[in-house]
Design a protein around this ligand. Structure first.
Ligand code: DGJ
Length: 637
């Protein structure tokens, strides 16, 4: 619930308070974020500090030194030299902004963002009193309005924030950064927990104590990426898994992200997060607005696991939506590690029949099913079934799999294109590349320019046709490279800094349409494993393939990393062959099941060629899992 009075805006969520007030100068002074009971006891030490050669705000407020003042949002130019929340180049070339309070608005509604996915509340999940606060700020010298939005989710102690910048003038402005959240904290020595890795080694946890300077994590991959996840935590050196202060943050965004903790020269800390400002630039014309992704914040006095519990519940209740939100997910059998590209209809059906006998409920035909796709060098973009592998097309394989008593699912990668494809030959201008310049490939493929509405619309229609062409129950939505040579042939030169952001907005538009058009279908996200494991994707996909690494020893560590910020209902995990295809390690079936059954269970090996005793063990595993799986999607029930 949120209250606003003359002195303070108070955002309350499950025993936590978040508060700020308007100063005489019109700035928003951040007061507190933590446990409700402690709110009056803590004080911010910084206002007594000797200002030295700090900049004094103005003649009316000579004692206001923004460099060491706790702020809800900050900008460049008026003395605050820390990480800004917003940075704009005005028409006159100046980069100074000064946003001051205009008014507030309270409501119990959350309109959808125009461009981005966001958290939501179902009917019946209302709170007593308003839970959406908008603070309107105006730049003192330029015609810009900044909206700060706050939403509370009391059932999981979570507060969301987002911002929107509106150009009310008659000139273009260049937005160099518009972040999503800022939290000024008293003192330093906060431990910044972040999650790093790469392909097949996602979510390795690191804790860095920041007592001076700046520590930041970010992605420049064009995706939230497996290099570093947008979920991070701040805690105290004494915080443990079950005790002590801990703040958790995430971003509902799948593109380049940025999270930073800076300690200023007075020993006070500032956390910010949002779209990575590096290489970002957005031209905002008269009357236009720019939305920043929603940031998620939670506080717990019960250590890291307190934050994890809040985040899990938040994701299950306010991010994942649709038919599959709380529904038990089918145990699937995937063809990838069984056959890779080397299959035909009969081989697939043999595998599916073995899957059925073992108790699987869904058969997934992975990569390799479309025209000419004999390896990873060709055919992406041409989404018609390969008649040599599937003589009766999708309809026939789907019909035959269903006749065995299994649902049928397919793998797709709509964002990508191989140069060796009809699509690329016909529309080279739809690919992200700099025309006439050498291009750096990733997995022998390029990305389609989803910043170009025509290209995005074409692929959306192709996918719609494809998913309508057979009784498809499940879609594995993959993307196997990151952005390079970032250039949209659709955008003019002065808008190239928008490409990566517009790309992800175009992807969201397609996902919104497809998941709305096929509400029954279970969509599973994937990006070469966990390359886009984030809250933006989870708004469309209830589950994500967490890693291509199916070695149970590695997988358990990777899953431990995810579990810090994401519920296991979002994590899909498969039992695969031994020795493991990624690491070569030999493990027992029991070990593989133990790791995979922590999340949404699947199998990804040639079940049709297993010794009878192993097959029987798998049959028992699946039967066992079906008894416990409800707990994974609905742990509270
Ligand atoms: C990467 C995925 O993570 C794998 O599971 C598989 O679908 C391949 N792509 C197919 O190309």
């Amino acid at each position: 619930m949120i209250t606003v009075n003359d002195t303070e805006c108070l955002v309350k969520s499950a025993g936590t308070d978040y508060s700020f007030k308007v100063t005489g100068s019109g700035h928003l002074e951040h007061l507190y974020y933590g446990e409700s009971s402690e709110r009056t006891h803590r004080d911010f030490p910084w206002r007594d500090a000797f200002p030295g050669n700090c900049i004094s705000y103005d003649d009316k407020f000579p004692e206001l030194f923004l460099e060491n003042f706790p702020l809800e949002m900050s900008s460049r130019g008026k003395g605050d030299i820390r990480e800004p929340f917003i940075e704009v180049v005005h028409a006159d070339g100046s980069r100074t902004s000064d946003f001051v309070f205009s008014r507030t608005e309270l409501s119990s509604e959350k309109p959808e963002y125009e461009t981005l996915p966001g958290s939501y509340r179902e009917e019946g999940q209302q709170e007593d009193g308003p839970w959406h606060l908008t603070v309107f700020l105006e730049d003192r010298s330029y015609p810009l309005t900044l909206e700060l939005h706050y939403y509370t989710y009391d059932d999981c102690g979570t507060i969301c924030r987002s911002s929107r910048l509106i150009n009310r003038g008659s000139d273009n402005v260049r937005v160099l950064r518009l972040l999503s959240t800022q939290l000024d904290l008293p003192g330093n020595e906060y431990v910044f927990t972040s999650f790093h890795g790469g392909w097949a080694r996602e979510m390795e946890r690191h804790g860095t104590c920041v007592n001076c300077g700046k520590f930041s994590v970010s992605s420049a991959a064009g995706a939230s990426s497996n290099r570093t996840n947008p979920f991070v935590m701040l805690s105290r050196p004494e915080t443990t898994e079950s005790s002590g202060d801990c703040w958790g943050f995430n971003l509902i965004y799948s593109g380049n992200h940025y999270e930073a903790l800076e300690v200023n020269s007075f020993g006070n800390s500032r956390f910010v997060s949002g779209i990575n400002p590096d290489s970002f630039e957005f031209l905002l014309g008269p009357g236009e607005s720019l939305e920043a992704p929603e940031a998620v914040m939670t506080f717990s006095g019960e250590g890291f696991s307190g934050v994890s519990r809040n985040m899990h519940r938040f994701v299950r209740e306010h991010i994942v939506r649709g038919k599959w939100k709380k529904k038990e997910r089918p145990v699937l059998l995937n063809s990838w590690e069984a056959f890779y590209f080397d299959f035909d209809e009969e081989k697939l059906l043999g595998l599916a029949a073995a899957g059925k006998a073992a108790g699987a409920e869904l058969f997934v035909m992975d990569d390799g099913w479309f025209d000419g796709r004999i390896d990873d060098r060709r055919a992406l973009g041409d989404w018609t079934p390969d008649s040599r592998k599937l003589p009766g097309g999708l309809e026939e394989i789907c019909r035959r799999v269903k006749a065995l008593g299994l649902d049928f699912g397919i793998w797709i990668e709509p964002e990508s294109v191989n140069r060796e494809s009809r699509l690329y030959r016909e529309h080279p201008e739809w690919s992200i590349e700099i025309p006439g310049k050498p291009h750096s490939e990733g997995r022998n493929q390029r990305l389609l320019d989803f910043a170009n509405p025509e290209a995005a619309e074409y692929m959306t229609r192709r996918m719609e046709e494809l998913l309508s062409s057979a009784e498809i129950s499940y879609v594995k939505y993959d993307v196997n490279r990151i952005l390079s040579d970032i250039y949209s042939q659709y955008l003019p030169p002065e808008r190239q800094g928008e490409t990566a952001h517009r790309y992800i907005l175009g992807v969201y538009r397609m996902l919104r349409y497809l998941t709305g058009r096929f509400p029954e279908v279970l969509f599973e996200g994937c990006a070469a494993g966990g390359g886009r494991f984030d809250l933006g994707m989870l708004c469309y996909f209830p589950q994500i393939w967490a890693s291509d690494n199916t070695d149970p020893v590695c997988r358990k560590e990777i899953q431990r990393g995810y579990s810090a910020g994401y519920p296991m209902s979002a994590v899909t995990a498969h039992v695969s062959a031994s020795p493991n295809h990624q690491t070569g390690r030999e493990t027992t079936l029991a070990e593989r099941y133990e790791a995979a059954s922590e999340g949404i269970l699947g199998y990804e090996l040639d079940l049709s060629s297993l010794p009878p005793e192993e097959f029987e063990e798998i049959r028992l595993q699946i039967a066992e899992y079906k008894k416990i799986r409800k707990k994974i999607v609905c742990p509270e029930e």
